[in-house]
Design a protein around this ligand. Structure first.
Ligand code: SF4
Ligand code: SF4
Length: 259
């Protein structure tokens, strides 16, 4: 999910789709383009994607980040982007692509689920809040755009079992927008201790669990009791704590989850 300024939206080469507007699309194995879109991608991973993928691969978040991601530092934002590492061959194929399709289909990242619809978060100056915006952006070779099945952004997200992904990604985008609006350090800083702690809480969930239970974290912070019980084993619950912790730690925004 991109964080967009109003001026950026007009520059995007994509059809904007409002919440109640429709687009035509269907993807299936009989199309000539089947699997072509799973290569040479700039595939952004969000915190919930990492939880689902490392679960499907049965590896730790640390091992997943090490083996499957590229961490990219950008000039305009002070938090790194996490991209899925493509194969180092000419076609730069997604490492999870097999002849029959995606080998991690049930845990495929949010961007793959909603493709070729993209989602962004735009700051509305009048309402003084960030709003979700959708774009239909199939590549030229995508034959699915010539099919006749009709979707709204909402029905498409439901069909792709992406409702929970969507909620988690919006939470992540709200944090991302704070990085843009109130940068806690300068963008060129890549080794700030707070950056490392925030990255761990958002993307390296197993390390974050280790930290929560082996440091003075639980003495220093008051955690909502039912969440405190769940975070021992439940990655989703721990990610909710991670989101709330980062807001408190970096911007002093407290919540019902953590004080
Ligand atoms: S994760 Fe699956 S759907 Fe996404 S690009 Fe890779 S193979 Fe394709
Ligand atoms: S290019 Fe479009 S229609 Fe073809 S497999 Fe990818 S998403 Fe489906």
């Amino acid at each position: 999910m991109k964080y967009l300024k109003e001026t950026d939206i007009n520059k995007l080469n994509a059809k904007s789709v409002k919440k109640d507007e429709t687009f035509l699309f269907e993807c299936h194995a009989n199309l000539k383009c089947f699997n072509i879109c799973c290569r040479n991608l700039k595939l952004f991973l969000y915190p919930y994607d990492v939880i689902k993928l490392k679960g499907a691969l049965n590896i730790s978040s640390d091992a997943f980040i090490d083996k499957h991601t590229d961490i990219v530092i950008r000039q305009d934002v002070c938090f790194p982007e996490v991209l899925l590492k493509m194969a180092e061959n000419e076609q730069k194929i997604c490492p999870f692509l097999r002849e029959k399709g995606c080998s991690v289909y049930d845990a495929r990242p949010y961007s793959c689920r909603t493709f070729p619809m993209e989602q962004g978060l735009a700051y509305n100056e009048d309402k003084k809040e960030a709003e979700t915006v959708y774009f239909f952006k199939p590549p030229e070779f995508c034959e699915g755009k010539n099919e006749n099945k009709e979707w709204t952004p909402e029905t498409w997200i439901k069909d792709q079992e992406a409702v929970l992904y969507n909620k988690k990604t919006i939470l992540w985008s709200q944090i991302k927008s704070l990085f843009y609006q109130y940068p806690p350090w300068t963008p060129e800083t890549s080794d700030h201790p707070k950056l490392k702690a925030a990255f761990m809480a958002l993307y390296n969930i197993d390390k974050f669990r280790e930290f929560v239970f082996s440091s003075t974290f639980l003495k220093r912070y008051k955690i909502k009791p039912d969440l405190k019980r769940r975070i021992k084993k439940d990655d989703d619950a721990l990610l909710s704590l991670g989101f709330a912790f980062v807001k408190l730690y970096l911007w002093n925004v407290s919540s019902k989850i953590i004080k």
